[in-house]
Each structure stands twice: as structure tokens, then as C-alpha cells.
Ligand binder design. Structure first.
Ligand code: F0G
Length: 482
């Protein structure tokens, strides 16, 4: 475990673990024990949680939320969190994020903003296991599309909204490929705490997602450009106007996203799986998962960290290239920044734009790149890219055998299959694929797949039948289904 990394994250956690407060002697959660800390070991500046920051003011690096863990009353066994699950009358216990609140202890109970997020499930998926090439019972799908706005983003947005409330923000903003905007819009709409302003690229957003932002009352600004352009613009606007930014550069958002891993562990009776496979876009999830596992290990709550596989779409594969072609790694907090910059400059010079059917991950400048490199180091992680065709086949398999998902989520199944074929994942490994968004987010992609008549592209298509409005002809067709 890189020492710099531990120092950055835990500050007060040493080698003798677990170092945790005695439960009876401490308040469960106080904002005084939380702070913001610069990711760079050469800077390491810390800031109060009452500051609105999306990067280190000293050196520009990303920020983490950090805690004085020796002052937090963390339960001594993870299963203590589980018992809160049934308390439907207490929103912060019912929430699949806040029932783990001692593991993201930056808010007092009464400051927490929750709309019932995180009621998601881990499902054993036999038909998908077969497709991927896993032994029976070894492939699991984590359906984050069952969140209130239909994607994993609500895990993070409840935490960002809580922090926005702590700092008294009246206006919040994000750039989005669709799901972040839907999530921010729903939190703004339901709580009435702030006006949400969402920035989307032109023509790049799936209608299911755009319809949510409009319906939930967000001010929606369409920028002429793609997501990468929109994010650069919104970061500058938020800086200049002191608007609260809810993209995943916000360290508190990632605190909420850690809980996806807590729920996976909870569903597996706290026994870590061998692999977590997740699609990579702006790399917030993968970054949050790495931090979650590092903290759990440091706190003595798990004894083994699963391996992480981050899956890029081939048309939006910056992480894949940076890690596998450019050979850039976390390097104890000192990845070769100049090399990364060169890569980005070259990308711009060639006007290489992200392009994939999985519009949610159509991103070429992932803002959490360095944090993701850290997560790969923590989790002995790897990165793969998959084609749009593989993504759609993976998605079709999920749909045929379960509750369905949007295209970006299909990347995790396609990635798991690829890793099985390579022999990287063994059939006997226990693998969890994260399904990040709901099936109804992007119906055009789904209907397009199932009705496409192009040769070879519809391997798992479930074509609709066209029949005359004639009872005999309809019955004749039905008899062919048996
Ligand atoms: N899957 C879905 C469905 C998403 O919406 C996103 C990101 C990702 C995967 C990638 O996750 O950024 O944590 O690596 N969507 C963002 C948005 C960018 O604006 O909705 P990541």
C-alpha cells in the first residue's frame, strides 16, 4: 500500500489497525472531524468542509474528503449498518447511502438531504453468467438504475446536496451527458433547497434523461459542443460566480458513491467479491470505489480488496490509452502529469472527439483521471476498452435476463466477457458488474438494436413481428411461437 496515499486519505490512521473511536464515547457524526485534502503528496493542503472548492486552490489538484477516523464512532462490524435497513420511518436509516453515514461522516444527521436513494439490488444473473463464461452463481449485477432518478448518480447527488445545504448554496450546476443533470434536477426539485442549472452538449443527450431535467424544473442550458466542452465551461462559470458545482470533481459527491460498494458487500454477506467491473466515463465511480475499499481495509472492516476493472468504450478510451499504451500509473501520488498533458494536447491537436453509442460515457477528458489511477493502484486494477457492438450485445443480455440497463452499463458486462476470454477472470471468480443506469433512459438505443436490419449487428435482437390486422393471421403467427 503506498504510504503517501494512506497519509493523504487517513491522516490519522497508522499501521496499527483498526484505530477507531469507542462507540459509546463519541458522537456518531460531526462535521468538525471532516476536512478537504489535496490529492497531491507534494502539496497536501487541507481545507475546512465549509469551503466551496472543486480543486486545490494552491496547486489545482483534485480534492478528497478526509476524516479524523480516530474520532469517528464507526461500528465495529459492517453488519451493524444492515440492521438500519428496515427503519422505513427514519429517512436517514432507510437511505441506502446514509445508513452508512459513519463511513462518510461530514454532516450532522439533521443536515442530511435524502430522497430515498440507494434502494438498489445485487442480483445473481445466470443467463448473463453463461454469456460471460462464468460458473453458475458467480456473476452478479448491481442495479443502480433503481435509484429515484434512474441512475447511480443519486448516490453522489444526495451527498453533494447535503454539502450544498451545509454551505448554504442557493444555486447548483453541473455539466452532464444526461444522468448527472437528471439527478441534480430531482434533488433540486424535490427539496426546493436550490435552483439547479444543468449544462448539456448539443444533440448528445438521450431523451429519457433530458426529459427528466426539464420535467423536474432544472434550468437547462444546451452548449454548442460535447460534454468535455460543457464541463470546461461550467467549471469556469461556477468558479467565477461561486455557484455550487455538482460534477464528480466535487469530493463530497464521491463520498456518496462509495456506498455502492458498501451495498454490494452487504448483499454478499460482507464477503468481498474477486472483481468489480464498472464502466468508465468521467471516472467518478471507479475513484470512489477505490477510496471506499482503502478506507474499509484501513478501518479493519474488510480483510481483502477486490480487483477493479474499468471499462471504456473504444470511442472514448482516454483512460485505456493512458494506462495501457502510455504506461502512466499512480506512482505513489506522482503520475507523470506532463505526459498526461501531452496526451491531451495531442488529442486536441488531432481534434479527436469522443464517439460512442453509450452516450453516458462519451467523454475524452475524464476529470477524475488521477483519482482513478489511485483506485487502480489500491485495487490492483486494470482497464479495457470494448466496441459499441460489444456494449449493445452486453446490454441485450442484461435485458433478456433481468431488469435491463442503458448502453453505458452494458460496457461492464462486455468488459467482464472480454476479461474472461483473456483468462484474466477465472470462471470460478466472483464477479460484480455495476449497472449504472436504467433501461428506460435511452429507449432509442434499445429499439434501434432490436429493430436494426443490418447484417450481423443484431445477434441478440428481439425483432417485432409485423402482421395484418386479421385474427387468423395473428393466430397463425402465435402458433409459430410455441
Ligand atoms: N454509466 C452511466 C449510466 C453514466 O451516466 C455515467 C456518467 C457513467 C456510467 C460513467 O461514470 O463518470 O463515474 O465514470 N455520466 C455522467 C453524466 C458523466 O453526466 O451523467 P463515471
Amino acid at each position: 500500500m503506498p504510504t503517501d496515499l494512506c497519509n493523504r486519505l487517513q491522516q490519522t490512521i497508522g499501521d496499527l489497525l483498526p484505530i477507531r473511536a469507542k462507540k459509546e464515547s463519541m458522537p456518531a457524526v460531526t462535521e468538525e472531524i471532516a476536512f478537504q485534502v489535496c490529492l497531491s503528496p507534494d502539496c497536501g493542503a487541507t481545507f475546512g468542509i465549509d469551503e466551496i472548492l472543486t480543486g486545490c486552490p494552491n496547486c489545482g489538484s483534485l480534492l478528497d474528503a478526509g476524516y479524523e477516523w480516530d474520532r469517528v464512532a464507526v461500528p465495529f462490524s459492517l453488519s451493524e449498518f444492515e440492521s438500519r435497513c428496515g427503519q422505513r420511518s427514519r429517512p436517514i436509516d432507510f437511505s441506502g447511502v446514509w445508513r452508512f453515514r459513519e463511513l462518510l461522516p461530514f454532516a450532522h444527521d439533521e443536515q442530511i438531504v435524502t430522497i430515498g436513494e440507494g434502494q438498489t439490488i445485487l442480483q445473481q444473473a445466470e443467463s448473463v453468467a453463461k454469456y460471460v463464461g462464468m460458473d453458475t452463481g458467480n456473476l452478479f449485477l448491481q442495479y443502480e438504475g433503481f435509484n429515484p432518478s434512474g441512475s447511480f448518480k443519486d448516490n453522489g447527488m444526495t451527498a453533494a446536496s447535503t454539502h450544498a445545504r451545509i454551505v448554504g448554496a442557493k444555486m447548483t450546476a453541473c455539466a452532464s451527458t444526461g444522468n448527472t443533470s437528471a439527478s441534480l434536477a430531482i434533488y433540486g426539485g424535490i427539496t426546493g433547497l436550490f435552483q439547479a442549472v444543468v449544462f448539456v452538449g448539443s444533440g448528445k443527450i438521450a431523451y429519457g434523461k433530458l426529459s427528466q431535467a426539464l420535467d423536474y424544473g432544472a434550468k437547462t442550458v444546451q452548449i454548442q459542443g460535447d460534454f468535455d466542452d460543457a464541463l470546461i465551461a461550467v467549471r469556469e462559470i461556477c468558479n467565477r460566480e461561486n455557484i455550487y458545482l455538482c460534477n464528480s470533481v466535487n469530493p463530497f459527491r464521491l463520498e456518496g458513491q462509495k456506498t455502492i460498494m458498501y451495498r454490494v458487500l452487504e448483499s454478499l454477506s460482507w464477503e468481498p467479491p474477486d472483481w468489480i467491473v464498472v464502466p468508465g466515463g468521467n471516472l467518478g465511480n471507479s475513484s470512489a470505489f477505490g477510496k471506499a475499499f482503502l478506507e474499509l481495509k484501513q478501518l479493519g472492516l474488510i480483510d481483502r480488496i477486490p480487483r477493479l476493472a474499468v471499462i471504456n468504450a473504444a470511442g472514448a478510451n482516454t483512460l485505456y490509452e493512458i494506462v495501457n499504451s502510455e504506461g502512466i500509473h499512480w506512482n505513489d501520488g506522482r503520475p507523470q502529469h506532463s505526459h498526461i498533458e501531452e496526451y491531451m494536447t495531442q488529442m486536441d491537436a488531432e481534434n479527436r472527439r469522443a464517439e460512442t453509442i453509450a452516450s453516458a460515457i462519451e467523454i475524452n477528458r475524464p476529470v477524475n483521471l488521477t483519482k482513478c489511477l489511485r483506485a487502480l493502484s489500491i485495487c490492483d486494477g486494470i482497464v479495457r476498452e470494448v466496441s459499441d457492438e460489444e456494449i449493445l450485445h452486453g446490454k441485450a443480455q442484461v435485458g433478456a435476463g433481468g431488469f435491463g440497463c442503458e448502453p453505458a452499463s452494458g460496457a461492464s458486462v462486455a468488459g467482464a466477457k472480454r476479461l474472461r476470454e483473456e483468462g484474466m477472470i477465472a470462471p470460478s471468480d466472483r464477479v460484480v458488474c455495476i449497472l449504472t443506469g436504467h433501461q428506460l433512459k435511452d429507449p432509442n438505443a434499445t429499439v434501434g438494436y432490436h429493430t436494426n436490419n443490418d447484417e450481423g449487428s443484431q445477434e441478440f435482437a428481439n425483432q417485432p413481428y409485423v402482421v395484418e390486422n386479421d385474427i387468423e393471421k395473428i393466430l397463425e403467427l402465435l402458433s409459430s411461437f410455441q
